[in-house]
Design a protein around this ligand. Structure first.
Ligand code: FES
Ligand code: FES
Length: 162
C-alpha cells in the first residue's frame, strides 16, 4: 500500500491505496465522489474526465499514486459563489444532456477547452470533445452549450438561468 494525498475540489484527502488503483476508482470508491462517472475503463468514453493540476485527464488512465500531491477538480468543484459554472448552466439552457451519463466528463472537457481556447470555432469544439462519447444527444446541443458558455467564461460571468 502507498500513502497518497491530494486535493479534490478544494478539500485535502490522505489515503492508503494499492499502487494499481486507478484515480477513477479512488475518487469514486474511496472518496465517494459519484460525479466522476465510470463508463468504459478503457480510455474511450470520457465519462471519467476530471482536471488534474488544471489539465483535462481521463481518470481511468491515471493511477491514484500518479496523482499524489495533485489538485483534482471534478464537476462538483467548479461552481463559484453558489452559482453554476457557465458551462454547467449552458448545458442546462441548451438541453445539452439527456440521460446525463456523459455530462460530468463533457462539462470538464469543455471547461478545459475554454481555458485553453476561450473563443473556439464549432470545429474546434467538436475536435476538443471527440474523446467524450454521448449516446443520447447527437452532440448538437452539447456544441451549442459550449458556444453559449464561451463569452460568459471569457467575462467570468454566470449565465443567467432561464
Ligand atoms: S471510464 Fe474513463 S474513458 Fe471511459
Ligand atoms: S446524455 Fe446520455 S450519454 Fe450523453
Amino acid at each position: 500500500m502507498r500513502r497518497i494525498q491530494m486535493t479534490v475540489d478544494g478539500r485535502g484527502h490522505i489515503a492508503e491505496v494499492e499502487p494499481r488503483l486507478l484515480l477513477l476508482h479512488h475518487l469514486r470508491e474511496n472518496l465517494g465522489i459519484g460525479g466522476v462517472h465510470w463508463g468504459c475503463n478503457t480510455t474511450n468514453c470520457g465519462a471519467c474526465t476530471v482536471l488534474m493540476n488544471g489539465e483535462s485527464v481521463k481518470s481511468c488512465t491515471v493511477l491514484a499514486v500518479q496523482a499524489d500531491g495533485a489538485e483534482i477538480t471534478t464537476v462538483r468543484g467548479i461552481m463559484e459563489n453558489g452559482l453554476w459554472h457557465p458551462v454547467q448552466q449552458a448545458f442546462h439552457e441548451t438541453h445539452g444532456l439527456q440521460c446525463g451519463y456523459c455530462t460530468p466528463g463533457m462539462i470538464m472537457a469543455s471547461v478545459s477547452l475554454l481555458k485553453e481556447n476561450p473563443e473556439p470555432s464549432e470545429q474546434e469544439i467538436r475536435e476538443a470533445l471527440e474523446g467524450n462519447l454521448c449516446r443520447c444527444t447527437g452532440y448538437e446541443n452539447i456544441v451549442k452549450a459550449v458556444q453559449m458558455a464561451a463569452p460568459y467564461v471569457r467575462r467570468s460571468e454566470p449565465v443567467a438561468a432561464s
